[in-house]
Ligand binder design. Sequence first.
Ligand SMILES: Cc1cc2nc3c(=O)[nH]c(=O)nc-3n(C[C@H](O)[C@H](O)[C@H](O)COP(=O)(O)OP(=O)(O)OC[C@H]3O[C@@H](n4cnc5c(N)ncnc54)[C@H](O)[C@@H]3O)c2cc1C
Length: 388
Amino acid sequence: MNFELSEDQLQIKYSVREFAESEIRPYVMEWDEAQHFPEELRPKLAELGLMGIIFPEEYGGAGMGYVEYVTIIEEIGRVCGSVGLSVAAHNSLCSNHLFMFANETQKQKYLVPLVSGESWGAWGLTESQAGSDSAGTRTTAVRTEASQAEGKAGWTVNGSKNFITHALACQTLVAVAVTDKEKGNRGISAFIFDKSMEGFDGDKKENKVGMRASETASVVFEDCFVPQENLLGNEGEGFLQCMQVLDGGRISIAALSVGIAQGAYEAAVKYAKERQQFGKAIAEFQAIQFKLADMATQIECARLLTRQAAATKDAGKPVTQRSAMAKLYASETAVRAAEECVQIHGGYGYTKDYPAEKYWRDSKLCTIGEGTSEIQRIVIAKNLLRSM
Ligand SMILES: Cc1cc2nc3c(=O)[nH]c(=O)nc-3n(C[C@H](O)[C@H](O)[C@H](O)COP(=O)(O)OP(=O)(O)OC[C@H]3O[C@@H](n4cnc5c(N)ncnc54)[C@H](O)[C@@H]3O)c2cc1C
């Protein structure tokens, strides 16, 4: 694996950095305070190809690989975790589920508009009783011979999903429901939902500690009729599809974590050089220097693990283990780096006058979303014991 980015990749990195600095940085705290989901950013993200980073040009995508993708998510996360989370969830959950498992007709109808940035995509696996135990889905889909309304066969879906990124803003949602309760996780199927469908809507928006400018809300299905043509793949494959989608999604949360950690580290260095105590900059104290050295080293490790997982995915090789390792290490690095950033800022780090506290709040989501640190350790341990 090449540890360094190529000239082309560096160009992508710096153009996204420029965009994030000019179009996102000035508004970060305003959006965070107001829990404002910046819909106004969507056309600009689309113009840069960021609504369809990893999808081929034939679907209107930017046709980039995962190494470029993680570079982009890192650069956005460095400036704003919330926007990074939204771009990551849009690309690697909803859109990627469609790219990996939809048939050509479904791709043309649902993936193409998502990739062109017509709207945000959402992805629904989590429910109130199905968190880490994601096969604990209670939402049901019952086969309906022919709907009176549409005159076609399909499924009637009832239930709800929670903690869904873009539940309110999305036009398209990919979500799973139990189609055969006798078959355990092999009785779970994935469907494409459209906001125009009756009986499907977004619900309560969460008031979150961090990632406040990324919209997180519930969705509810009340006798929602989904036509047969919106079943993704075969009946009973939904859970296994989700696990494969998460292999890619976890790489993007790793990248987001690296970005948040890098942003926190840069803020800490800047402050340590400016802040004077005992007649000198606090950066001159070895205690502060050691913190910065640990932060920089751990961030570099996290970046390399993330890039390795991305390169593995690009090579089409199994990536479950590497993506779990990258996500675990990078997310815990982000939390540590953000906490040290607050510490280096002293009392000022505990106020909203400096960016430290926001990195701290945002970083914590990374050890929870798309599988908690505990779940990543379970995945890693299972894989390594199997291979020994
Ligand atoms: C901001 C945000 C955005 C999100 N976006 C989405 C989204 O777009 N789509 C979606 O489907 N979901 C989304 N989620 C949900 C997220 O993936 C879940 O919150 C996460 O998987 C954890 O589930 P839970 O919250 O129910 O926690 P629980 O599963 O209840 O876990 C509670 C604690 O118990 C631990 N635990 C549970 N089981 C075990 C075990 N077997 N061994 C050891 N420890 C265990 C966990 O690690 C955790 O520490 C989002 C969540 C947040 C906060």
